[in-house]
Write a protein that binds this ligand. Structure first.
Ligand code: DOR
Length: 462
């Protein structure tokens, strides 16, 4: 007898969406059959009104541990993941000490092994050339380089994890290519941004509006120039380039052209690009609480279209919690506030709201949040799809359930969400991680240390 049968869910399977029973045994999916066809399990869940999706794989999340646990820690991350349908969440390297060396990465991995109750990995920093081969040996899925280094504040883009000189990028790309792993890059034209910032500051413009406009200056010039360089360096080095924070029309055009030319490039979209930073009214209302970045509506629309058609491959959260006291200075000086917004807990609901509105298909949601990340970063077929033999990482959500997001329900340490007050349609009811219900009809059931490093599936070449 299987341990559990999810009965009659509208299941997004690899060969289509249909009503199905899904049986779980131990940590794996043991059978998938037509609704009502599988024998009884030890536990039965009536999922006739629910959709079943593969557990979300968030390849870009700022977990903050070690070093910034006043903002977030692995326990609060786990709660948000479970409530948000995320079964694998991968950390970014702007922590302290940062995983720029094998020694630091080993310590970070040890902390995760002991404490994480979601499946995890770490995108190691690709800044220190000599460390790249050693870091690649630790079961990581990708490297990360920030091209941005903060001016006027020391976080989130602290010194030591960013570089932007073309020669430096070139040598890191060659080294990462030798490992076979993808290289994630946060595109940013630092020298151009320095000049643009000086123009704003010379005019006495420093508030949140100035910050938003400076980053979006001249229709997104800092993003466009950075991506143009990165794509050319990709061609020169052959590295598997993964572009972060897709947010301009021209970047989308360059990405399409690069893919059409056969270049090895993939890209992510972030929730703030579609549902937050694209609305100037949100910026006026929330100030730096709405920023990551301002994305003008024509850019957001272009990225959305490319996200729908898969040119922009995946959605990853860029979950970036900061305390209120770290955000407040941003009303008068945008360069003093810590930039970024939390979203791990709610992004599936935001996506499902667009599905309910007919803007996005359920299949593309599963593809962008689970299957494609798993394929790009080597977790497939162990993770990323509802298939027999795969890890039983499953989300059950009520697609008709409505809910108004509120600060009071926020499980992040930061205690706020920029999405407060927003009505969503699509509510997570159950999250299973390797067979265990970590979110069980609205109840969190987490066990410290249950989480495992999500490494490349056997036979998946790096
Ligand atoms: O807005 C951001 N916040 N962008 C990043 O690149 C980092 C992130 C953070 O860690 O807070």
């Amino acid at each position: 007898m299987s341990d559990l049968v999810i009965r009659g869910a509208t299941a997004v399977l690899e060969d289509g969406t249909r009503r199905a029973d899904i049986a779980l045994e131990g940590e794996r999916i043991s059978a998938i059959g037509a609704a009502g066809s599988l024998p009884r399990g030890g536990r039965e869940i009536d999922a006739a009104d629910l959709v079943a999706l593969p557990g979300l794989i968030d390849m870009h999340s700022h977990h903050r541990e070690p070093g910034f646990t006043h903002k977030e820690d692995l326990e609060t991350m786990a709660k948000q993941c479970a409530a948000g349908g995320v079964t694998t969440s991968v950390a970014m390297p702007n922590v302290s000490p940062p995983p720029t060396t094998a020694e630091h990465l080993d310590a970070m991995i040890e902390t995760y092994r002991r404490r994480a109750s979601f499946d995890w990995n770490v995108n190691a920093s690709g800044v220190q050339l000599a460390e790249i081969p050693k870091l690649a040996d630790r079961g990581i899925l990708a490297f990360k380089i920030f091209m941005v280094v903060d001016t006027g504040r020391s976080y989130p883009h602290m010194p030591g994890i960013g570089l932007h000189e073309h020669g430096e990028l070139y040598t890191r790309m060659l080294a990462v290519r030798r490992t076979g792993l993808p290289l994630m890059i946060h595109p940013h034209d630092q020298s151009l941004m320095d000049a643009i910032e000086r123009e704003y500051w010379a005019r006495g413009e420093r508030d949140f509006r100035a910050y938003a406009r400076a980053y979006a200056h001249d229709d997104g010039v800092i993003w466009d120039t950075a991506v143009a360089v990165l794509l050319r360096l990709q061609a020169a080095t052959g590295v598997r380039l993964h572009l972060l924070h897709t947010q301009t029309r021209r970047v989308v055009e360059m990405l399409r052209a690069a893919k059409a030319a056969g270049q090895s490039v993939t890209a992510e979209a972030n929730p703030w690009c579609f549902w937050l930073g694209n609305d100037w009214a949100s910026i006026e209302r929330l100030g730096s609480y709405a920023l990551s970045y301002y994305v003008a509506p024509h850019h957001s629309a272009a990225v959305y279209e490319a996200f729908r058609d898969g040119t922009v491959d995946i959605m990853a959260t860029d979950h970036a919690p900061h305390l209120r006291e770290e955000k407040e200075p941003g009303w008068t000086d945008g360069w003093k506030a810590h930039t970024g917004t939390p979203s791990e807990q709610f992004y599936l609901s935001l996506l499902l709201t667009d599905v309910a509105a007919g803007k996005l298909s359920l299949e593309r949601v599963a593809d962008a949040t689970a299957t494609r990340p798993a394929r790009i970063f080597g977790l497939y077929p162990r993770k990323g799809a509802l298939r027999v033999g795969a890890d039983a990482d499953i989300v059950l959500a009520d697609p008709r359930g409505t809910h108004t997001i509120a600060d009071a329900e926020v499980l992040s340490k930061c205690g706020w969400t920029p999405y407060a007050g927003r009505s969503v349609r699509g509510v997570v009811r159950y999250t299973f991680l390797r067979g265990r219900a970590i979110y069980d009809d609205g109840r969190l059931q987490l066990e410290e240390g249950y989480g495992r490093q999500a490494t490349r599936a056997a036979g998946h070449a790096a």
